[in-house]
Design a protein. Structure first.
Length: 278
């Protein structure tokens, strides 16, 4: 790029820290700047859920100065970044293109305007509150709130399908399709660890991602005896992707002149299904 840049990578890092403080991330998380020169000029930023070949390629082809992702590339221990490894190849591509990599993960899940809050608003929940509040009562993991009027479980699942981007897996539901639901608990991303949470047990339906067979089966068996929520399982990538556009708009408002773009690449892991039955 030949145009003069008013801002540098350090400015993106500073604003991202204001919106999504690293101190609010879970202890096991690895957020913030992964690679990049803090003094490098900042003109274009691509946002994506994942740092994978497709999004890194998109960032490089667009001549982006930074790739801001939700999922940290180096979340688990890495002992080599040799280019014959997947993560090493990605980092090498970014470094050669002078494209920084930043991650905002659990620190972007919890706040107002974060992943779960955006998902709750898209579903039409009113007066939603965190399932597990943080130091700020308006922030925390997950959300629980009420729909304006009760709808059938099938109608709720169809609403979820409409607001989320298309994926091969679609929306999976466990429960009576004609059951009326109004009180909704949700957690963007993987949320089966919250299946026994009192606010989840007290909801009519719980929407999250990456639900596994045994936790779901046990939850449903418990609900048959004591009452509990129907379950809606959506794509992990899809549930978190809704956050990206608002994040881009907020960043753009604080970094005028910098071009922000949300990735057009679908990075959901699944590509097709066979033999699914209703």
């Amino acid at each position: 790029m030949s145009e003069t840049a008013e801002f540098a990578l350090v400015d993106l890092r500073r604003i991202a820290e204001q919106f999504w403080p690293a101190a609010t991330a879970e202890g096991w998380d690895r957020v913030g700047l992964v690679t990049g020169r803090v003094a490098a000029p900042l003109r274009r930023v691509l946002l994506a859920v994942d740092a994978v070949h497709a999004t890194v390629e998109e960032a490089v082809e667009w001549d982006a100065d930074a790739l801001l992702v939700h999922h940290p590339l180096l979340l688990r221990g890495v002992h080599t970044i040799a280019e014959d490894t997947a993560k090493g190849a990605l980092l090498a591509s970014l470094i050669r293109a002078d494209c920084a990599l930043l991650a905002a993960h659990t620190n972007a899940d919890a706040p107002e305007g974060g992943v779960s809050d955006v998902l709750a608003r898209a579903l039409g929940l009113q007066e939603s509150i965190p399932l597990e509040p943080g130091s700020d009562p308006d922030s925390g993991i997950g959300r629980v709130g009420e729909l304006p009027v009760a709808v059938t479980l099938r109608e709720f699942a169809e609403r979820a399908h409409r607001i989320l981007p298309e994926t091969a897996g679609g929306v999976r539901v466990a429960g009576d399709p004609e059951r009326l639901v109004r009180r909704v608990a949700l957690c963007g991303g993987a949320g089966d660890s919250l299946l026994e949470h009192p606010l989840v047990r007290g909801a009519d339906v719980y929407l999250t991602s990456d639900l596994r067979h045994h936790p779901v089966q046990e939850s449903l068996e418990q609900s048959a005896v004591l009452g509990g929520p129907a379950l809606v399982d959506v794509s992990h990538w899809a549930s978190e992707s809704l956050w990206l556009r608002g994040a881009a708009e907020r960043l753009a408002a604080h970094l005028p002149g910098v071009e922000f773009r949300v990735s057009g690449r679908r990075t959901d892991a699944w590509t097709f299904t066979v033999g699914a039955t209703a």
